[in-house]
Write a protein of this length. Structure first.
Length: 158
């Protein structure tokens, strides 16, 4: 079983990036409570209720010289300890004591996160160009409060 933990819970009350750290947030079928998206055509909604990213990917990108940090690319949950490249569409994750989310697909990067990359090269985390380096979107199957430090477990296939 894949297991990890929530390093940070991130929201943007006014929308945009970077998203700021909060101690906890409620994951709902409509999104993360307290978080706002400015472009609802490309962000948010039930199929993109939560954006996830791996702390290990952030660390590796920072090691390449990119000025990236947790929340700077707009993820709601920064997670450590999962085999990021092994996660697939349809995988379900238990997050904390109650919440269950399901991966719906990669989160395409856009120019709003350019400040997190050398020369604005936000396509560095494009799934098409760099498989396994993208952020991921998820729908919320079971709503619940998620806290920093919460355990994240991949659930068995149904």
């Amino acid at each position: 079983m894949l297991a990890g933990r929530v390093v940070r819970v991130n929201v943007a009350v006014m929308g945009g990036v970077p998203k700021r750290s909060v101690v906890a947030a409620l994951l709902t079928t409509h999104g993360v409570a307290g978080d706002r998206q400015l472009d609802l055509r490309h962000h948010g909604g039930p199929e993109r209720a939560v954006c996830l990213y791996a702390q290990e990917r952030i660390d590796a990108l920072a090691g390449e010289g990119h000025p990236i940090s947790a929340g700077s690319t707009g993820e709601n949950l920064t997670i450590a300890g999962l085999a990021w490249e092994a996660l697939q569409v349809g995988d379900r994750l238990a997050v904390g004591e109650v919440a269950v989310i399901e991966i719906t697909g990669p989160a395409p990067p856009c120019n709003t996160i350019a400040a997190s990359f050398v020369d604005g090269e936000f396509k560095r985390i494009s799934e098409k160009l760099h498989p396994g380096w993208s952020r991921l979107y998820a729908r919320v199957l079971t709503e619940g409060l998620v806290r920093e430090g919460a355990q994240v477990c991949r659930l068995p296939d149904r």
